[in-house]
Design a protein around this ligand. Structure first.
Ligand code: PLP
Length: 241
């Protein structure tokens, strides 16, 4: 990376942090309570290191192989590493011991696989349960009405610690359209937090990406996952003229 590129990355990060702070203030909340997760997929170790040098404290990856490669290149030193993507049970073993949080647990089956692997390693793995708030058939995640049962079953596992909920709403035509899903998600979060399950701490509501994170914060998100606004467009997002 050139110095110019590093400077640009730093400016983007500052701009995102400021937008988060403003959105929190508008919602009457403390900006400090919003966790920014930099979604670093398709950005190499050098870019990740530069982002951390510029103030990023949490990185989120969505592919296991890419995470492991960059992890081995010490890309995430100085930051917390989380997993935010679709996860197959046979890949769980590559994440345990590396990530502080697995955000995308969309089934009891996956949660059980994580518990088994974490127990084997003698660690307790923090997870978020992913909710399919748009009820999209092609998308993973638990339906809101399946949460009770999933929490009851997974909270029994000593090697798991449920820390909250995560959602990726359907791609909206207009930015404001997602506020319906975000509000619904917040209600689900508040309802489940009030149930005070043992071994569960409903701390995080992870929702909002580059195109809609301010709306998500307005609706109650306290964790946002942002890629494009930090790192610029990923190669497949650039449409040539
Ligand atoms: C890539 C990704 C993001 C960030 O998306 P942007 O639109 O680039 O901000 C957030 N969450 C998940 C699960 C992702 O894979």
């Amino acid at each position: 990376m050139t110095e110019q590129e590093k400077k640009q990355l730093q400016e983007r990060i500052i701009a995102v942090q400021e937008r988060i702070a403003r959105a929190a203030e508008r919602a009457g909340r403390d900006p400090q309570e919003i966790t920014l997760v930099a979604a670093s997929k398709m950005n190499d170790a050098e870019h990740v290191r530069a982002a951390i040098a510029a103030g990023i404290r949490v990185c989120g990856e969505n592919r296991v192989q890419e995470l492991v490669e960059k992890y081995e290149q010490n890309a995430y030193e100085g930051a917390d590493l989380q997993f935010i993507g679709t996860l197959q049970t046979n890949k769980v073993k590559y994440l345990i011991g590396k990530v502080s949080l697995i955000q995308s647990v969309g089934s009891v089956h996956l949660g059980e696989a994580i518990a088994k692997e974490a127990a084997k390693r003698g660690v307790r793995q923090d997870i978020l349960l992913e909710v399919n708030i748009g009820r999209e058939p092609a998308k993973s995640g638990l339906m809101p009405e399946e949460l009770d049962d999933a929490i009851a079953r997974l909270s029994e596992k000593d090697a798991l610690h449920i820390r909250g909920l995560m959602a990726i709403p359907p791609i909206a035509d207009e930015i404001t359209k997602n506020s319906g899903y975000f509000n619904e998600m917040h209600q689900v979060f508040v309802d489940n937090r009030a149930k005070k399950y043992d071994n569960v701490n409903m701390d995080y509501l992870s929702m909002g990406m580059t195109n809609d994170f301010e709306t998500a914060i307005a609706c109650g998100a306290n964790m946002v996952r942002i890629g494009t606004a930090i790192f610029g467009a990923r190669p497949y997002q650039i449409v040539s003229p």
